[in-house]
Design a protein around this ligand. Structure first.
Ligand code: 2HA
Ligand code: ZN
Length: 267
């Protein structure tokens, strides 16, 4: 709970969560559920998730509330956050704790849970955090770069030597879609099979990770690279020099990461 609150507040302080923007979810460990079992209600009404996540049957999540402000999480977590339980079919959830003044879990619950399901499988259960934010520089780039995974990945990698080490699998991009529903959840979770980062054009970004440090750090690294790229493009439209495809291959050897060749095209 402390880690979740700190991450929410750090995101607020970064300026990624205007008003009620963004949402965060954490898949609780069995022992964490047991440690707070006495606090968990079992009389909540079962409600439709709006999609199906059978691999998450019986799992508990700590999530931000719909319409709640990240800015307020640190002041009143019991008002801003909820613990929810997914039913045995993976179709419904119920609120077990929090949202003391009413409300429901994040409007992006279908995307969060479908991403969690994909990541439980892809990471062998290690990934537990899904984070959605509205960082300005990544959003700005979705107006000027082609909305292609290869272009975003390569341009972001070039902006800081550490980038390909932090997100060696690259980033995926979803064209503009109506948020909050199943369609954008399906498109995002499809990308999450390959990537830990999915960018929503003209909206924001989703990151997945094992814990709060890694997931916040991933969002921070991608947004920092985007900020540098915005500055570079603002200073002059063409780079005078950059990190080359061969530089990335050399880096991959020393840093023991594998960088897919689809991102190392000749320009
Ligand atoms: O306002 O960020 O995508 C919450 C959101 C919806
Ligand atoms: Zn959003």
């Amino acid at each position: 709970m402390k880690g979740f609150i700190r991450m929410a507040n750090d995101g607020w302080e970064q300026g990624w969560h205007e008003r009620n923007g963004g949402n965060l979810s954490y898949r609780m460990k069995k022992e964490e559920v047991e440690a707070v079992r006495e606090e968990l209600r079992t009389d909540g009404e079962w409600k439709e998730i709006g999609t199906s996540v059978p691999k998450l049957a019986g799992e508990y999540f700590l999530v931000t509330g719909s319409g709640k402000y990240f800015r307020n999480v640190i002041l009143a977590p019991e008002d801003s956050l909820a613990v929810i339980e997914v039913d045995e079919t993976g179709e419904r959830y119920r609120i077990c704790w929090g949202l003391v003044n009413g409300g429901r879990p994040t409007s992006e619950l279908p995307s969060h849970l479908m991403n969690h399901e994909v990541k439980v499988i892809a990471s062998g259960g290690r990934h537990r955090v899904i984070y959605h934010a509205h960082p300005a520089n990544v959003i700005a780039l979705t107006f000027v770069l082609p909305l292609k995974d290869e272009v975003f990945t390569r341009e972001l990698w070039e902006m800081a030597t550490e980038c390909p080490v932090v997100f060696p699998d690259g980033v995926g991009v979803v064209g503009w879609m109506v948020p909050g529903g199943r369609d954008i959840a399906v498109a995002t979770s499809e990308l999450m099979k390959q990537y830990d980062v999915a960018i929503w054009a003209h909206h924001g970004m989703f990151c997945s990770g094992e814990d709060f440090d890694l997931t916040f750090g991933l969002m921070h690294t991608v947004e920092k690279a985007a900020e540098i790229l915005v500055k570079v493009l603002s200073i002059r439209p063409d780079k005078l020099q950059t990190i080359t495809a061969q530089n990335f291959r050399d880096l991959a050897v020393d840093f023991k990461v594998s960088l897919p060749e689809k991102f190392l095209y000749e320009k």
